[in-house]
Write a protein that binds this ligand. Structure first.
Ligand code: NAP
Length: 242
């Protein structure tokens, strides 16, 4: 039975991805900070679902992930969905630094723990939900867009490392556009996808072992177009209101 661990499974995309792998008959390890929500997801299939409270920013998070892997009897696929983000053109320091701590420091701790586990094992698959926000700097959300770029660059580095070290560790970078979850609640964003649809596209990309997948096709076109915009022009575009 395939063993799948999902970090950030208490809500949104991570929760839907967890439901997908539970429905596929996998052994599923789910983690996040909100234990009650983990328990409620576990109740769908208590025999095959293991839970572990994890705050990715804490120093004991790598040990907590290893504990969850042991509870599941191993790990074949690690999915990282934990993340936070704020619209913060006022540059409120707390929001910016919290975002860096979760999306960069927490991400690194977890992804490295999974990578080292797979490198020792000789095979495995890491998938992370980054964002299309990482493809350009966004004035509305500086820390969010910068940390998402960090995540994508980090994944590229690990994909290279796996090849150079001849380890069969597959890396998938999933870059969604706007998805109707708690992360964007209250905001007015265009082309919003519902979470079930976006998670289905994400799972399809994972199952096809894609290296990079923009979710969905409309955002793939958008990203391809905005990549053509020269920096001097991009920096003049008012992507957000005040
Ligand atoms: N929604 C969008 O429009 C959108 C677009 C592109 C990319 N994304 C990315 O998709 C991922 C999932 O977000 P979502 O949209 O599904 O939002 P969400 O419903 O708010 O889910 C965020 C998940 O991250 C977990 N998390 C946050 N801080 C954590 C921490 N310190 N330790 C452990 N887990 C933590 C939360 O669990 P706990 O609170 O229980 O810890 C929750 O399960 C994020 O990385 C986000 O950047 C979202």
């Amino acid at each position: 039975m395939k063993k799948v661990i999902i970090m950030g499974a208490t809500s949104g995309l991570g929760k839907e991805i967890a439901k997908f792998y539970i429905s596929k008959g996998c052994v599923v390890g789910i983690a996040g900070r909100r234990t009650e929500l983990l328990k409620s997801l576990q109740s769908l299939c208590p025999d095959r679902v293991h839970i572990q409270p994890v705050d990715v920013t804490s120093a004991d998070a790598p040990a907590a992930l290893e504990k969850l892997v042991r509870a599941c009897g191993g790990m074949d696929l690690y999915v990282h969905s934990s993340g936070i983000g704020f619209n913060n053109p006022q540059l409120t320091l707390d929001a910016e630094t919290q975002t860096v701590t979760t999306n960069a420091v927490g991400f690194t701790q977890m992804i490295d723990t999974a990578f080292n586990y797979f490198a020792r094992q000789g095979h495995g698959h890491i998938a992370a939900i980054t964002s299309i926000a990482g493809t350009q700097g966004l004035g509305a959300a500086p820390a969010y867009s910068a940390t998402k770029k960090y995540q994508s660059t980090y994944l590229t580095a690990l994909a290279q490392l796996a090849r150079v070290r001849r380890r069969s560790v597959r890396i998938t970078d999933i870059r969604p556009g706007f998805v109707r979850t708690a992360l964007i609640e209250g905001g007015r964003y265009p082309l919003q996808m519902n979470v079930e649809y976006a998670a289905r596209r994400a799972c399809r990309a994972i199952e096809r072992r894609r290296r990079i997948a923009v979710v969905d096709w409309r955002y793939a076109i958008l990203v391809a177009c905005w990549r053509l915009i020269p920096r001097c022009l991009w920096e003049r575009i008012p992507v957000y209101g005040k």
